[in-house]
Design a protein around this ligand. Structure first.
Ligand SMILES: Cc1cc2nc3c(=O)[nH]c(=O)nc-3n(C[C@H](O)[C@H](O)[C@H](O)COP(=O)(O)O)c2cc1C
Length: 155
């Protein structure tokens, strides 16, 4: 059965809640899904995965949550061969941080693309100023994302 891994970067648990909420939705579509708060480069290089989903908030001034920081910087500096990788981005932020809104998600998207990975769908940016509960927009978005992934699988 096709497998998806959700890599979570979170400070207060919101991005984890999103991952836990969408996991059964993807499972209902026939995927096996694992959620991890300890992302590794090996997760990206694992060709047995159908896709990787990132659910990550932004902290500080456009920074990664501590549990995601080393992963990002290792990837950015050392690189990896990611041309097999399909991925999606769910980015949690707050538009009151005008200059750095959802910057962590933008940075991980850019580095995946730089190393050849193929993004499925547009990144979802969830604004805490607009959504008290981040799981709601994520639930709307994930169905479309899974449909787009299936279309790419069929090509
Ligand atoms: C100290 C602090 C710094 C933040 N910095 C940013 C930021 O630079 N850009 C942004 O879009 N959101 C920023 N946020 C908003 C968080 O990303 C947002 O509240 C998110 O939903 C938190 O998700 P989490 O519970 O997974 O950590 C910041 C929040 C805090 C408390």
């Amino acid at each position: 059965m096709a497998a998806i891994k959700i890599l979570v970067g979170t400070v207060y648990g919101g991005a984890r809640d999103v991952a836990d909420h969408i996991q059964p939705m993807l499972e209902a579509k026939g995927y096996t899904v694992e959620v991890s708060e300890e992302p590794t480069i090996a997760d990206l290089e694992n060709k047995d995965l159908e896709a990787v989903l990132v659910s990550c908030s932004t902290t500080g001034a456009g920074d990664f949550p501590p549990n995601f920081d080393k992963f990002y910087h290792t990837l950015n500096e050392a690189g990896a061969a990611l041309s097999h990788l399909k991925y999606g981005i769910i980015s949690l932020g707050d538009s009151s941080y005008d200059e750095t809104f959802c910057d962590a998600g933008k940075k991980i998207d850019a580095v995946f693309a730089e190393y050849g990975a193929q993004r499925i769908g547009r990144p979802l940016e969830i604004d805490a100023a607009e959504h008290f509960d981040a799981t709601e927009p994520a639930a709307d978005w994930i169905g479309r994302w899974a449909d787009q992934l299936q279309q790419v699988e069929m090509v």
